[in-house]
Design a protein around this ligand. Structure first.
Ligand code: SF4
Ligand code: SF4
Length: 457
């Protein structure tokens, strides 16, 4: 049995190489990408080739993962991340970023170029028609194709993530959770509901992330769908006013951002190779605060106008038009920010750009996490050796080491509770806890300046 022994912990040592399983795995993944490419240009449209696509993707990914981790001992292996083109903003990262960005632009604004047509789909979308007809009885849409690829990515890279973090029960459990919520709750149930002519609904996607929930057409659709529609309406409102606040009080925002949410699910699985790219600069933190609360304000304003218009039938309030504002929100936030920038820029800006700078749901949960929640990360400061692993791999750009060195609790509104800082710490300094609120230390970091100790607000 070949064992990959790497005794070096020095970051300048590059030891990785492709073994035979990884090479076959990569070849199969390239085959599946080639099939998608040929389908895009309408060169292949056959169910048998679609089956080959799924087999090649799944087998290739599993084989690569097995080849990568099977002969290694359990434990974090991030050796060489700063030397790989894909994980250190090299040429491959830029190519991937441009390709993802282009895909999102096509999905949102030019789906006809992907093959979406009223009479009969062609191209990439037509390639997936057989799966769509099997699940909901209709030809595929661009969002169906996106849903299939998105779910497949979370499942396969989720398995890779579990293999990598197999020594850490928290990481294994929460990854199984995001895989379950994506596959069953976000993908299969809504598709089956669509096939039964019931309102399409992702039960975990709540306002303000689901920004169209209070739109007039959506409310009318729910009210016109009998008991089920009423259930969805009540569930959607209860999720916002009761379920989410209660769970956030007990567990912090991690219950949603790292265990349930689809955006978080993609960031944690597909984005794992890019988490260290998040900026830790103070300037990034300042931009984060302004942007995320501005988006929350925009979402609240837009929803207020939509509800006002629903009850009064008047779309104009002062100088604002309800239809215009929702159009702006859909374009700038719903499409450009959360989709194009949020995922397209993974290889350049890190995996949680949307969650950190734009998600209004994360903003609300963050305020609650900071002031009305039992969640905190406790630090056993005396054990910290200041290696900085925790800060490096914090995808939200939090300088975790700063707190660990001082033995202070980490109570930050932006922390999504992914637990990776704790998983990568070689000294067991960090612990994610849900203790009584009165024992949570909310004071800011201590700063020694001008001969005095101060608490930074
Ligand atoms: S502080 Fe730790 S748990 Fe919180 S987001 Fe950063 S890495 Fe994840
Ligand atoms: S808390 Fe752990 S990972 Fe972070 S600097 Fe200290 S020893 Fe390193």
């Amino acid at each position: 049995m070949q064992t990959d022994i790497n005794l070096s912990i020095a970051s300048h040592t590059r030891t990785s190489s492709l073994n035979i399983k990884m090479k076959i795995g990569l070849a199969l993944v390239f085959l599946s990408l080639l099939l998608l490419f040929l389908a895009l240009f309408n060169q292949i449209q056959h169910p048998a080739l679609l089956i080959i696509f799924f087999i090649a993707t799944i087998a290739g990914s599993l084989l690569y993962t097995n080849g990568l981790y099977a002969n290694t001992t359990a434990g974090i292996k991030n050796n060489g991340v700063m030397f790989k083109s894909i994980s250190n903003r090299g040429a491959i990262a830029w190519v991937l970023g441009v390709a993802l960005t282009a895909l999102y632009i096509l999905l949102y604004w030019y789906p006809e170029l992907l093959g979406l047509h009223d009479n009969a789909n062609t191209g990439l979308i037509g390639f997936f028609d057989p799966v769509s007809k099997l699940l909901n009885g209709h030809p595929a849409s661009q969002w169906f194709v996106y849903g299939v690829l998105y779910t497949l990515t979370i499942i396969l890279l989720g398995i890779k993530f579990i293999y990598k973090y197999r020594h850490n029960a928290y990481q294994v459990k929460r990854t199984i959770s995001v895989m379950f919520f994506q596959l069953i709750i976000a993908f299969l149930i809504p598709e089956i509901l669509g096939g039964l002519n019931m309102p399409y609904n992702d039960f975990k996607n709540m306002w303000p992330l689901n920004y169209y929930f209070f739109y007039d057409w959506h409310i009318d659709q729910l009210l016109g769908s009998g008991g089920f529609g009423m259930f969805v309406l009540v569930w959607g409102i209860l999720s916002v006013v009761l379920i989410s606040p209660v769970l956030t009080y007990f567990y912090g925002k991690r219950w949603y951002c790292s265990w349930v949410c689809g955006c978080g699910g993609l960031a944690e699985t597909a984005g794992d190779s890019f988490r260290h790219l998040s900026s830790k600069k103070i300037s990034a933190w300042r931009i984060e605060r302004v942007l995320i609360y501005s988006v929350l304000f925009f979402a609240a304003l837009m929803t207020g106008l939509v509800i006002y218009q629903y009850f009064t039938k008047q779309s104009q309030v002062l100088f604002l038009d309800s239809f215009k504002v929702r159009e702006w929100y859909g374009f700038y936030i719903g499409a450009a920010f959360s989709g194009v920038i949020g995922v397209g820029f993974y290889p350049i800006l890190g995996s949680r750009v949307w969650c950190r700078f734009g998600c209004p749901m994360a903003a609300i949960l963050g305020i609650q996490q900071k002031f009305f929640s039992r969640f905190r990360i406790t630090t056993n400061g005396s054990q910290c050796i200041s290696c900085g692993n925790c800060t490096t791999y914090c995808e939200m750009g939090i300088d975790v080491r700063w707190y660990a060195q001082r033995g202070q609790d980490i109570v930050r509104s932006s922390c999504v509770g992914c637990g990776v800082c704790s998983a990568v710490c070689p000294r067991g300094v960090l612990k994610l806890e849900n203790g009584p609120q009165k024992t949570k230390k909310l004071e800011g970091p201590i700063l020694y300046q001008d001969g005095q100790f101060k608490i930074v607000e």
